[in-house]
Design a binder for this molecule. Structure first.
Ligand code: PPS
Ligand code: ADP
Length: 632
């Protein structure tokens, strides 16, 4: 195991042991937002230390560390306690969130601490996604800053309804109530704009301990709760929308013929034996026969419990389905308006296929439109064609299959999703479902009696899509042209879709930015699919520079129907040929985003055919390709 993995495993078992010890107390998860300069680390460190429930070994390590590196003489430097951030690798992405846990007589706490740096929006979103409350820290001397606004926006976006505005370093402004009041007035206005319903403002000095655990004599004008009092007493439980039973199926347990159980964690509930349920998205109904757990059967199960349900009817449900109360099942849809936070170095391109994971379900997904991106610092809405790392946008999202869902306002389990890159399997985005754009049931697939094989039969051919990819001037059009002539001579019914031609009509609105190329390929792949459905042999001749879109095109077709033909001509050679004079123009800076010059070409990894145009003549390559495709 790597150091990180070991650290993560240790942290997990420590968390589990801790939670068990404090089982009967309610749990508050919170996040702290602010920077080290605001005194964030000192605040968390003091909370952990002064509640005296800091794990002993952590404390020992801290005292040793402080003596070695501390900046405060013999005093313990609380900042050291939280600055060692645990790097967590989640789906291939490094997220710096440190989780700390502590408890008092009244409550147990898990605090997520995220770096406050501007670039770390994604870390903050990760920490905030499970939190019930956020402490937003401001330095009394500086007041509200751009980052205060950014943090509060992300807090509101992720549905946190309780904020403590911790006005820190009051000792450095002589505990002046006017300073505090001004900051509070400004923040209440901001919270109002962002729709954060519950805000509690506390004047503090984390360093001196004022109003942390005990009321400070230095702020006689403050009558409210101390920070710890508030954390212990606030009722920040998330009311789930309907509170109706939901269980996303994690796996189907089938040890023998007689037992079939659906295992998962109850997302909302409760659920009882005998209760009528519906399985979504199929809509089949049944009743709960048994609620099985490792410690025996239950009559009733509650949110957070891991259970296996058996049903009284033979019903098909698989991983990713949702079992729900039949009286109020979640909706089913395949198009949504969403808020999306982009977390990858590679930009988000509308039309590019990703995997979407929601609850236990994974489906194909595309952002069909970016409505606008949102400046997290100002909440201004800006036009955007793509999204960069840490950008947030309001988008339309389309899924390959309908899913059971709830809006994020109603359920974090069934209303929050992540996007996963299909090549790298890394998490590239995270978002919340705002509402369904189209109920899956509204547009039906029209059944047509005459099908692809009937159409192909009268043409005496097997419909195919020959997908030629390669640099401009590599020889795609030349060879496709020769192949078509040859096929026609053999009596086949064909059609060529050539980039240059299609860009004069169907795709004349598109240029050569990455996002326009993605859309260019998406459209031509859809057209090619229709033509194959019509029974034709289609030759597509597009640069199609990105693997993701060629893969998307491939996945639209049946097995063996799609044949990728890589016209493998080195850039140097294509540039030398320069049949259209475009390379010369690109080198002279007259054309921007030219493939191979200042726009990438991703070589195919496993094409069905590779044509070496340097070694062989176009006619020979075309002839060989036809013979390979149609050996008789
Ligand atoms: N910036 C830039 N980059 C690449 N190509 C350019 C550009 N500007 C114009 N052209 C001409 O457009 C043709 C490529 O269009 P495609 O639709 O095949 O391109 S892509 O698949 O969307 O990348 C391409 O045709 P081919 O040379 O036949 O490939 C060029 O003639
Ligand atoms: N072996 C070869 N295969 C294909 N084209 C070749 C070959 N050798 C030279 N060429 C020349 O290269 C150019 C390729 O242009 P074109 O077919 O329009 O490329 P693309 O469609 O990939 O942009 C043509 O002028 C063609 O005559």
């Amino acid at each position: 195991m790597s150091g990180n993995a070991e650290q993560a495993a240790r942290a997990r078992s420590a968390v589990a042991a801790y939670l068990q010890r404090h089982e009967t107390k309610s749990l508050l998860r919170f996040i702290t937002c602010g920077s080290v300069d605001d005194g964030k680390s000192t605040l968390i460190g003091r909370l952990l230390h002064d509640t005296k429930l800091l794990l002993d070994d952590q404390l020992a390590a801290l005292e040793a560390d402080s003596r070695r590196h501390g900046t405060r003489g013999d005093e313990i430097d609380f900042a050291l306690l939280v600055d060692g951030l645990a790097a967590e690798r989640e789906q291939g992405i490094t997220i710096d969130v440190a989780y700390r846990f502590f408890g008092t007589d009244k409550r147990k706490f898990i605090v997520a601490d995220c770096p406050g740096h501007e670039q770390y929006t994604r870390n903050m979103a990760t920490g905030a996604s499970t939190a019930d409350l956020a402490i937003v820290l401001v330095d009394a001397r500086k007041g509200l800053l751009t980052q205060t606004r950014r943090h509060s926006y992300i807090v509101s976006l992720l549905g946190i309804r309780h904020v403590i505005l911790a006005v820190n370093k009051m000792d450095l402004v002589d505990y002046d109530p006017e300073v505090f009041d001004d900051i509070v007035t400004g923040y209440r206005a901001l919270a109002g704009q962002l729709g954060i319903p519950n805000v509690t403002c506390i004047p503090l000095s984390a360093l001196k301990g004022d109003n942390m655990l005990e009321r400070s004599a230095a702020t006689p004008w403050y009558q409210g709760e101390t920070l710890l009092e508030h954390l212990e007493s606030v009722d920040a439980g998330r009311e789930s929308g309907t509170g109706a039973f939901r269980l996303p199926v994690q796996w189907v347990c089938r040890p023998d013929q007689d037992f079939r159980g659906f295992a998962g964690t109850v997302a909302s509930g409760p659920v009882s034996v005998g209760e009528e349920i519906a399985v979504l998205p199929s809509g089949q109904r049944s009743r709960v026969a048994r609620i099985v757990t490792a410690d025996g059967d239950l009559q009733r199960a509650f949110p957070g419990q891991a259970v296996t349900l058996t049903l009284s009817d033979e019903i098909d449900a698989s991983r990713g389905d949702v079992i729900a109360a039949a009286s109020s099942p979640p909706e089913v849809a395949d198009q949504f308006a969403v808020h999306l936070l982009w977390m990858d170095e590679q930009p988000l391109l509308p039309g590019r296929p990703y995997w979407l994971k929601i609850g236990t379900r994974t489906v194909g997904a595309q952002v069909t439109e970016i409505k606008h991106k949102i400046d997290a610092n100002t909440q201004d809405q800006l036009a955007a064609k793509h999204l960069e790392l840490n950008e947030i946008a309001y988008c339309n999202l389309y899924l390959d299959q309908p899913i059971a869902f709830e809006t994020y306002a109603d359920s974090r389990e069934l209303g929050a999703f992540i996007l996963i890159d299909r090549q790298t399997n890394g998490t590239v985005g995270a978002g919340t479902l705002d509402f369904a754009l189209r109920r899956a049931g509204n547009i039906h697939w029209q059944h047509i009696d005459v099908d692809k094989s009937a159409r192909a039969r009268i043409k005496h051919q097997q419909p195919r899509c020959l997908w030629f990819t390669g640099l401009s001037g590599s020889g795609k059009s030349t060879i496709a042209n020769l192949v078509e002539k040859r096929l026609l001579a053999m009596g086949h019914h064909t059609y060529i879709l050539d980039g240059d031609n299609v860009r004069h009509g169907l795709n004349k609105d598109l240029g050569f930015t990455d996002e326009d190329r993605v859309e260019n390929i998406r459209r031509v792949a859809e057209v090619a699919k229709l033509m194959v459905d019509a029974g034709l042999i289609v030759l597509v001749s597009f640069i199609s520079p990105f693997r993701a879109e060629r893969r998307m095109a491939r996945e639209m077709f049946d097995e063996g129907e799609f044949q990728e033909v890589f016209v493998d001509t080195p850039l140097q050679v294509a540039e030398q040929r320069d049949a259209k004079g475009l390379y010369a123009k690109a080198r002279a800076g007259q054309i921007r985003n030219f493939t191979g010059i200042d726009s990438p070409y991703e070589r195919p990894e496993r094409p069905e055919h590779v044509l070496d145009t340097v070694a062989e003549d176009a006619a020979i390559l075309a002839e060989r390709l036809v013979r390979t495709l149609l050996p008789d």
